[in-house]
Design a protein around this ligand. Structure first.
Ligand code: NAI
Ligand code: 13P
Length: 329
């Protein structure tokens, strides 16, 4: 696997392209914005989405047909836009091309995971999922990172790991695509909740309780959807939950913190050009939880706040008034 195509040149697409380049691959990037493609190609980095980080020149264009012939693709298009990009890309993709889904979210209009969106739009591709605790800026600086690479076929998983892995970017193989996807999507909504707790200054004990009970919600949903509980204890579940809920370097956590401090969702989102996946995923998650008859009270509280059904105080009161019960997943 020598040529890697990267779909999407936001912070994460850029960091993954860099890491594949450092792993010795030849890389092509599809950027939606002409100025981003120009800047990456010239070696001027990605000031729009990954400011302040020096990067080597990386071939980038705005033409999806440039992805043709890549040995594998990494899809890093935000979840709500993936279907549109995949539909345009489909004619350029050969049978059996592995597409590694690296975005973390659920399509709001259809409740689809990214593997479902891929199967519906590019059925000739072979799906794989990359997810785990990995801030783009850390990866682009070459700081040590480990992630889950989920792929049904072990031999293909090994080839993908060899293609993009290096000592400071360590993929671990899993067969559980659903678990990897659900972990990445749910942790963003939980990070909003943790940010709210921080913004409201409710203390580190509340923060730890939220991570722990949030993990139970994430695991319940993953298992109900066909994933494995053990996957959730790994990098793409607990690992990413801990990272994202611990640092305002996370867009989801910082969004929640600003909400907790009294800003409106609209004003926070209007001030950023980056994606805050948990905002669009929260209502989809609640619909999925309903469909699978899974209780997700923390995610429900986030959705109620975002939809304007609850104030922060009312959502907190509702959570704290739940009946005492047995601990467990
Ligand atoms: N930034 C990070 O540290 C990490 C991000 N991710 C995931 O990667 C995905 C992409 O996030 P980032 O690279 O951080 O994005 P970003 O927030 O840096 O940039 C926004 C991206 O959205 C794209 N975009 C905006 N409107 C679009 C449209 N209408 N159609 C297609 N694309 C559009 C932009 O071109 C840009 O690539 C998300 O699902 C995120 O959860 C996963 C791991 C780490
Ligand atoms: O997924 C991430 C780290 O693993 C990045 O999280 P944010 O999208 O909240 O910044």
């Amino acid at each position: 696997m020598q040529t890697i195509g990267v779909l999407g040149a936001g912070a994460w697409g850029t960091a993954l392209a860099f890491t594949a380049l450092e792993a010795g691959r030849s890389v092509r990037i599809w950027a939606r914005e002409a100025d981003v493609a120009g800047s990456l190609s010239r070696g001027d980095g990605n000031p729009a989405f990954l400011p302040g980080i020096d990067l080597p020149a990386m071939p980038a264009s705005t033409d999806l047909s440039d992805m043709k012939g890549a040995d594998a693709l990494l899809s890093v298009v935000p979840a709500q836009f993936a279907r549109g990009v995949f539909t345009e890309l489909a004619p350029h993709i050969a049978d059996g091309t592995p597409i590694l889904l690296c975005s973390k979210g659920i399509e709001q209009s259809t409740l689809s995971l990214m593997t479902d969106v891929l199967a519906q739009t590019i059925p000739q591709a072979v799906p794989a999922v990359l997810s785990g605790p990995s801030f783009a800026a850390d990866v682009a600086r070459g700081l040590p990172t480990a992630v889950t690479l989920a792929c049904r076929d072990r031999a293909l998983g090994d080839r993908l790991m060899a293609a993009i892995g290096r000592p400071t970017f360590r993929p671990y193989w899993s067969r559980d695509l659903i678990g990897a996807e659900v972990g990445g999507a749910v942790k963003n909504v939980l990070a909003i909740a943790c940010g709210i707790v921080e913004g409201l200054q409710l203390g580190k004990s509340a923060h730890a309780a939220l991570i722990s009970r949030g993990f139970a919600e994430m695991t319940r949903l993953a298992v109900a959807m066909g994933g494995e509980a053990q996957t959730m204890a790994g990098l793409c579940g607990l690992g990413d939950l801990v990272l994202t809920c611990s640092s305002v370097q996370s867009r989801n956590m910082s969004f929640g913190k600003a909400l907790g401090e009294g800003q409106s969702a609209e004003s926070i989102l209007a001030a950023r050009n980056s994606v805050t996946e948990g905002v669009a995923t929260a209502p989809a998650l609640i619909e999925l939880a309903r469909k699978h008859e899974v209780q997700m009270p923390i995610c429900q509280a986030v959705d109620d706040i975002l939809a304007g059904r609850s104030s922060l105080d009312d959502a907190m009161t509702a959570l704290l008034s739940r009946p005492f019960t047995q601990e467990g997943l």
